[in-house]
Design a protein around this ligand. Structure first.
Ligand SMILES: [Zn+2]
Length: 275
């Protein structure tokens, strides 16, 4: 009589194991496809080693500790997975281009947990500044409200090779995209703290006036064109010259740390040089 009981118990355990296995597959399936339900493309849980290798060229990533590096890598892989990269000059978009562009987006949004520029599905890459038939001018980059971010690759690279001059095309265009993403009513909307954004505009107006009147030279004059450009130029300086920015306008710098939920000075333990 004991044998059937044992058998029943084994059968029961077998059912539990079977259900657990099926559930595990469902969970893994949902995890894989959650990020890109339309394309049903495979998003690996583990970051591809070649992406990590490319990231070692990216200064911001190199300065992070191990825990933050791991988070950065995952977000870069997800960005690459979700965006369509289109070359307008090269035979194809190589991994270096994808990783560097994705890293620039993640650098800007690293303070936000899940932000991934959902309005922007396409990244267009030219080699040099390209001629726009709309403005009838040459552009190094632009952000199209239809969901396209455009770069001249050589100018993108130049932005990161000169790391402390406050000029960075990648961060500049990503800042425009972020600004726009915040205003577009979608699943990523209104994520920038309203009070801080209002204060930013007030301080930016004062700063822009000073630029126009040649009373302030910390930000390049292009920042004074409008508030969109001011935000983009402020972002470039926030990451490339954080100590100088803080010294020039401490309240504006502090407001940027609230807007972007990160502080490069604290993140990298920067200290003012002793004079
Ligand atoms: Zn701009």
């Amino acid at each position: 009589m004991h044998i059937p009981l044992l058998t029943e118990a084994n059968d029961h355990n077998g059912d539990v194991t079977f259900v657990a296995t099926v559930l595990s597959f469902v969970v893994i399936y949902l995890y894989y496809f959650k990020a890109d339900p339309k394309k049903r493309k495979f998003l690996p849980i583990w970051v591809r080693p070649e992406i990590k290798a490319e990231l070692t060229k990216f200064a911001y990533y190199r300065k992070l500790d191990a825990k933050h590096k791991s988070r950065f890598e995952k977000r870069v892989q997800r960005f690459i997975h979700e965006k369509q990269f289109i070359s307008k000059a090269y035979t194809h978009v190589n991994l270096e281009m994808k990783v560097m562009i994705a890293a620039s987006a993640i650098q800007l949004t690293f303070g936000f947990k899940h932000l991934n520029f959902s309005h922007f599905g396409k990244i267009l890459i030219y080699k040099d500044p390209y001629f726009s038939r709309i403005t009838r001018k040459y552009h190094k980059g632009e952000v199209n409200p239809n969901g396209i971010i455009v770069f001249s690759w050589l100018n993108f690279i130049e932005g990161y090779s000169e790391a402390n001059d406050g000029v960075n095309l990648g961060l500049h265009e990503m800042a425009h995209a972020l600004h726009l993403e915040n205003a577009i009513d979608n699943d990523e909307f209104d994520f920038i703290e309203k009070g801080a954004l209002k204060r930013f505009y007030q301080l930016a107006e004062i700063e822009a006036r000073a630029i126009k009147q040649h009373e302030s030279t910390f930000f390049r004059s292009y920042a004074a064109v409008n508030m969109h450009e001011f935000f983009a130029v402020a972002v470039e300086n926030f990451f490339e010259r954080p100590l100088g920015f803080q010294g020039h306008n401490p309240e504006l710098y502090h407001t940027m740390t609230i807007l972007l939920k990160q502080d490069p000075i604290k993140l990298f333990g920067l200290k003012k040089p002793v004079i």
